[in-house]
Structure formats: C-alpha cells, structure tokens
Design a protein around this ligand. Structure first.
Ligand SMILES: N[C@@H]1[C@@H](O)[C@H](O)[C@@H](COP(=O)(O)O)O[C@@H]1O
Length: 247
C-alpha cells in the first residue's frame, strides 16, 4: 500500500481529486467506483472545481457506486443517488445513463444485487475505486463478518453504522435498516483503490486496516492484499499509526 500523508481534510480532498482527474484525463473512458458519506464530499467539490477551471471532460466516464439504501427512491434527498447527482454527476456533467447505483426500490432486492454485479462486469470492471471506511472497518456497507468472497448483496445495517449515518437523517430511526452493497470480492477486483481517511474518529480503524491481521471481522484489512492501493490520510487519522511507530 502506498500511504500519502497530508495535513488535513482539505488537503486530502485536493490530493484525491488530483488522482481521479489525472485518471480521467489519461483514460476518458475510465470506470470510476465511487463512495458516499462525509469523507469524499471535499474530493467531489474539488473535482467539480477542476472541471470548471480546466474543462476536464467526463462525457465518456462511467461510474458505479458502492451502495444504496433500501427503500429510498433515486430522487429522495437521503438516497445515495441524490447525493451523487448533487455533488458530482451534475457538476462535472456525467451523462445520467452512464451513472450506476443499485435500485433501492427494486421489488426483488436479491435479483437487483445480482443485476448490479452484472452491470459492473459488463462495464469491464472498475478502474479506480474510491473508498471511505466505517469506524467498525466496513467498506461499502460490508459489515464485520462479511465473507471476503462476497459479491454484491443485500445487507442488514448494524446499529453502529445506522448511528454513524444518523447525522444525515432527522432521527436515527429514519436511517434505513437495509442496503445493497458491492461485495468485498467485487471491490477487490478494482484495478486501483483510493482509500480516503480523515479525522481522529478513524485513527484506530486506520491502524487496524493497515497493520492488523487480515480478518473478516475487520473488512478493510483485506485491502492489505490488494496490489494497488493508495491511502490518503490526514494527521488526525494517522495519530495511532504514528504513536505505535514511535513506540
Ligand atoms: N456506505 C458508506 C461507506 O461507503 C462510507 O465509507 C462510510 C464512512 O462514512 P463517512 O465518510 O461519513 O465517515 O459510511 C457509509 O456507511
């Protein structure tokens, strides 16, 4: 794993946007794998700014998102589709037909998970996957204990994940209980992974992710076995990594 150490969130976001826009410039048909949550928001802001300033073209880019809540329509403000349209797809001009997320309103959610997995394969797989990390080590919505062999699937969200994501809802009970997520095997097939980690809340899990035993109880530890991972982490997130390396 390559670790890029930065001072703070804003610098992490700028560095990440630079890597993504360079990938798109060198291959205009890049398939981007994208994440939601608070962590990549700054990155999307810088991508939108870069698009305006430098006319970086996204007209041929395809995107696949990691996950979507069950029960939220794409035009619902708390769906991940709405988040992506607002923060990235519209600002940089990715044609709607080239942006893909699971359908959280599908009648048969297991079939929808299979369909979405197939969509990713039909696109030829993900060239560059952006990842955040949950405090319990989840990637996408793959909660602790998820098989490393998992493909896109339906998940029941843990209480801790629903609590962590409650900031985006009026009350914790509004947070959906299920989601469709790319599986860990699906994520690991990406040619390149860009893991973004910011803040003191992520310091313990970042240490585990980088140096802990590879274990299904901490899904992100599987990233140690991927051949092309770049981690961009800020000083707060690196606190424990640094404490242990100095001890
Ligand atoms: N499904 C998302 C993940 O893709 C994200 O990485 C994680 C961390 O979110 P945040 O960046 O807000 O800390 O939360 C959610 O559960």
């Amino acid at each position: 794993m390559k670790i890029i150490e930065v001072d703070h969130y804003d610098q992490m976001s700028q560095e990440a946007a630079k890597i993504i826009s360079e990938a798109v410039c060198s291959n205009p048909r890049t398939v981007l794998g994208l994440a939601t949550g608070g962590t990549p928001l700054g990155t999307y802001k810088y991508l939108a700014r870069d698009h305006q300033l430098n006319q970086t073209s996204y007209t041929q880019v395809h995107t696949v998102n990691l996950d979507e809540y069950v029960g939220k329509a794409a035009d619902h403000q708390q769906s991940y589709a709405y988040y992506m349209n607002t923060h990235l797809f519209k600002p940089v001009g990715i044609p709607h037909t080239q942006t893909h997320l699971p359908d959280g309103l599908a009648v048969n959610l297991k079939d929808e998970a299979d369909r979405y997995n197939q969509t990713i394969q039909t696109l030829g797989g993900v060239d560059l996957q952006v990842l955040g990390i949950g405090k319990n080590g989840h990637i996408g919505f793959n909660e602790p204990g998820t098989s490393f062999d998992s493909e896109t699937h339906l998940v029941h969200l843990t209480a801790s994940t629903r609590k962590a994501n409650a900031t985006y809802f009026s009350t914790e009970s509004d947070v959906p209980t299920q989601a469709i997520t790319m599986g860990i095997a699906t994520i690991m097939r990406a040619s390149q992974i860009l893991l973004l980690v910011s803040g003191i809340d992520k310091a313990e899990i970042l240490y585990q992710c980088l140096f802990g035993e590879v274990d299904e109880q901490i899904p992100a530890t599987i990233l140690q076995t991927h051949p092309h991972v770049t981690v961009i982490a800020d000083q707060e997130a690196l606190t424990i990594v640094k404490e242990k390396s100095e001890a």
